[in-house]
Design a protein around this ligand. Structure first.
Ligand code: ARG
Length: 477
């Protein structure tokens, strides 16, 4: 296939070099953005008379055919998606279509495609995360009375509502939603006009092109435009953070679903078996999510290393950003989707009688002694000794008599038994960020409200994404 740059270089490209430099297999994913970018660019060229209305209509028609061709064929034989679209366009629309690349370069073209991809991806990630959040809130609502153990250092710490635990991830994913919404804005600027690096030699109407492609603003510096991949770093960073959060909750669930912890039950449809051990029900899905977070974190490092030390403006190194970007976005999207379904298929198991011998109420007993007049440091010491005594005698906190208790501290009275009631331990937390039923119910209501707010916000983002048919209609006016 003829190269779009064949004038200067007369020899055929070496076959190995051809293969080595080709990016079509990857960047064909950008075909619709590339075509829409060309449509808006056509609007720009038309506005300054480079292309007349008749030619413009031919080119638009040709682009529609290119779109159909790509959607119905497995494409190959071109250097990249930009060359493919341009070559096919000339084939379908005739030699006048050669005007499409006037004052444009693949260096600004590829950035348009990537900005549009990044806006779309950020929007999808926001909406997918909102669905995940809904599953989290629904599960928290369903489990609002279930008491489990909270752990520090993976050792039993204090009783906690399962809903409070789940809402802790709601907070993490809320920050992720905000992050992707910022990514959307970082990508929402028109690169066209930058050309190869110093700006187009034609007085293109950038405002028109921005409005056609629904970019809210325009890049102010052409040299920055062709080298800028910050918006890609942003989105990969946000993907890494979301995957990190998914990995952390996965790790919790792996541990919690084990026989030893037995805090959750995962539906069989979300587990796998063993080829040799007949009794097994393994949480492979969670392990793979944990592993894929490593891949996405690796993508972030790859992107940083790719950009580090590049000289100004466009360098071919930048071609490699797509594989990294697609890997991060696709892995994050599929992990969010599968996790959303998993949350709909999980049950929590209350601690119940299993608190025996865990001394999980120890901190609450120490607080109770403080309320009776002891200093915290003393009460901590007293309860520590009490726990040691129970361990030595193989008894639980609730088996201690008041007489025995008094030997440890005169502050003990009959209300000690209330202090070790697990429901009281939950409600004894007096701050609105704590696990008391009152606070958790409030936070559940707040989470519901946030969900509604995000749905509106996602709608607003959607309005800033160009649609092919709409763009075509606008250009046909
Ligand atoms: N395939 C290239 C990329 O993805 C497109 C830009 C090529 N520009 C160039 N001057 N060789 O970055």
């Amino acid at each position: 296939m003829d190269k779009i740059w064949k004038g200067r270089i007369q020899k055929n490209t070496d076959r190995l070099v051809e293969e080595y430099t080709n990016s079509l297999d990857l960047d064909k994913k950008l075909y619709l953005y590339d075509i829409m970018g060309s449509m808006a660019y056509l609007g720009g060229l038309r506005s300054i008379g480079i292309v007349d209305r008749v030619t413009s209509d031919k080119i638009l028609d040709g682009l529609e055919k290119v779109k159909y061709y790509i959607e119905t064929h497995s494409v190959s034989g071109y250097e990249d998606i930009h060359s493919l679209v341009e070559n096919k366009l000339i084939e379908y629309a005739g030699p006048e279509a050669k005007k499409i690349h006037t004052g444009r370069s693949r260096n600004d073209q590829v950035v348009v495609d990537e900005r549009m991809y990044a806006k779309d991806a950020s929007y999808t990630l926001v909406t997918n995360l909102v669905k995940l959040q809904k599953s989290l809130v629904d599960l928290a609502q369903k489990e609002k009375d279930c008491i489990i153990a909270a752990y520090t250092h993976l050792q039993i710490a204090q009783p906690v509502l399962a809903a409070h635990y789940l809402l802790s991830f709601f907070e993490k994913f809320s920050r992720d939603i905000e992050g992707f919404s910022n990514c959307f804005n970082a990508s929402d600027s028109l690169p066209l006009g930058a050309a190869a690096c110093t700006g187009s030699g034609f007085a293109l109407d950038r405002e028109l092109m921005a409005s056609l492609l629904k970019f809210s603003k325009q890049d102010p510096n052409s040299m920055d435009t062709v080298s800028n991949r910050d918006f890609i770093l942003d989105i990969i960073y946000c993907c890494s953070k979301t995957m990190l959060h998914l990995s952390q909750i996965s790790e919790d669930f792996v541990v919690y679903s084990s026989h030893e912890f037995s805090l959750i039950e995962i539906d069989e449809a979300f587990c796998t078996g063993s080829s040799i051990m007949p009794q097994k029900k393994n949480p492979d899905l969670l392990e793979l999510t944990r592993a894929r977070s490593a891949v996405v974190a690796g993508n972030l490092t790859q992107a940083l290393m790719l950009l580090k030390g590049l000289p100004s403006t466009y360098n071919r190194d930048l071609q490699e950003d797509k594989e990294i970007l697609f890997s991060a976005v696709e892995r994050t999207c599929s992990s969010i989707a599968v996790f959303t379904r998993l949350l709909e298929n999980i049950k929590f198991k209350p601690l119940g009688e299993r608190i025996k011998g865990t001394f999980i109420q120890a901190t609450d007993v120490a607080d109770y002694l403080v309320k009776k007049g002891a200093s915290f440091r003393d009460s901590h010491n007293i309860v520590g000794k009490l726990v040691g005594h129970c361990i030595q005698n193989n008894i639980d906190l609730k088996e201690l008599s008041l007489k025995e208790l008094k030997e440890f501290s005169p502050y003990f009275d009959k209300y000690y038994y209330d202090s070790i009631d697990i429901g009281n331990c939950i409600d004894s937390k007096k701050v609105d960020c704590g696990t008391s039923r009152k606070s958790v119910l409030k936070n559940l209501a707040r989470a519901q409200e946030k969900l509604e707010g995000w749905k509106d916000e996602a709608e607003k983002l959607k309005e800033k994404i160009p649609q092919y048919e709409k763009l075509k209609r606008e250009l046909n006016l």
